[in-house]
Design a protein around this ligand. Structure first.
Ligand code: SAH
Length: 251
């Protein structure tokens, strides 16, 4: 059995209770060493075999899983954040299907949630934005044509960019071409929820400069939109003049 587990965004106590339990029971752990906090390995049992997938290929990862399976062992594949986002788990699961090895997935707290927490922000403010676009800038890894950043930017809603910290000059151009005014608030969140977390508030036109000045080149998320601004409407849910399923209007 292979358990794919979301490690959470960094803080070692931000893994789920289920994820921590499965980590503690694993005979073999394969973790994404480039992004997963090694402190999470402290949940492992004494005789557990540990592999860092940072220098491994898909084939090598699956070989380790298959060998563990043949020995009757349980494997945990530990991915950063939530495995459903840029986790490359589909190709592993397809390979396990081909080999008849069973698996399940335990979700994790994604770094985009960790970044909102670091900012003490709400991505979906009434009258400001009710949608969050999670995407990335096309770089060495392409993005489908229909999802070009300038097209998505046209919605003017909250955006969270993964894997784009090294491409901020292009990001700025794309956001401007999509229609975000230059003063639109933005923030760079470095290593959200890690002890070394840092937050830089700026605008869509000062992202590259802010990253440069603070030597941020990776492990950061770019958040964009007026959810970082001052203005919003309060929610209907807690509005005394608004009736809903659980509460009559009191005014
Ligand atoms: N599955 C992960 C994302 C993996 S892609 C998740 O749900 O968070 C790797 C990218 O995620 C990094 O390049 C960076 O953009 C972002 N990232 C991961 N952890 C982060 C953190 N703690 N703080 C800021 N960005 C992070």
């Amino acid at each position: 059995m292979v358990h794919f587990i979301g490690a959470g965004p960094g803080g070692a106590d931000l893994i789920t209770v289920r994820g921590a339990r499965l980590l503690g029971e694993a005979d073999v752990i394969i973790y994404a060493g480039s992004l997963v906090n090694p402190a999470l390995l402290e949940y492992r049992k004494a005789d557990c075999q540990v592999h860092d997938s940072a220098s491994m290929t898909l084939e090598q990862v699956v070989e380790v899983m298959a060998a563990a399976e043949a020995a009757g062992s349980t494997t945990v594949r530990l991915h950063t954040g939530d495995p459903s986002l840029y986790g490359a788990i589909r190709e592993q699961m397809d390979e396990l299907d081909r080999r008849g090895i069973s698996y399940d997935v335990t979700p994790g707290v994604s770094s985009f949630s960790g970044a909102a927490a670091a900012l003490c922000a709400e991505y979906t403010l009434p009258d400001v934005s009710q949608s969050v676009i999670i995407t990335r800038m096309a770089g060495r890894t392409p993005v489908p044509e229909g999802e070009r950043l300038r097209k998505l930017a046209g919605h003017g809603c909250t955006m969270v960019l993964f894997l784009s910290t090294g491409l901020l000059e292009q990001v700025e151009k794309e956001l401007a071409a999509g229609g975000y005014p230059p003063h639109t608030p933005a923030a760079i969140v470095y290593k959200a929820t890690w002890p070394e977390e840092r937050v830089y508030r700026c605008t869509v036109s000062t992202l590259a400069q802010t990253a440069r000045e603070n030597h941020i080149t990776k492990t950061a998320l770019i958040t964009i939109g007026n959810f970082l601004g001052e203005k919003y409407e309060r929610s209907k849910l807690y509005d005394p003049t608004f009736t809903h399923e659980f509460r009559e209007a009191s005014r």
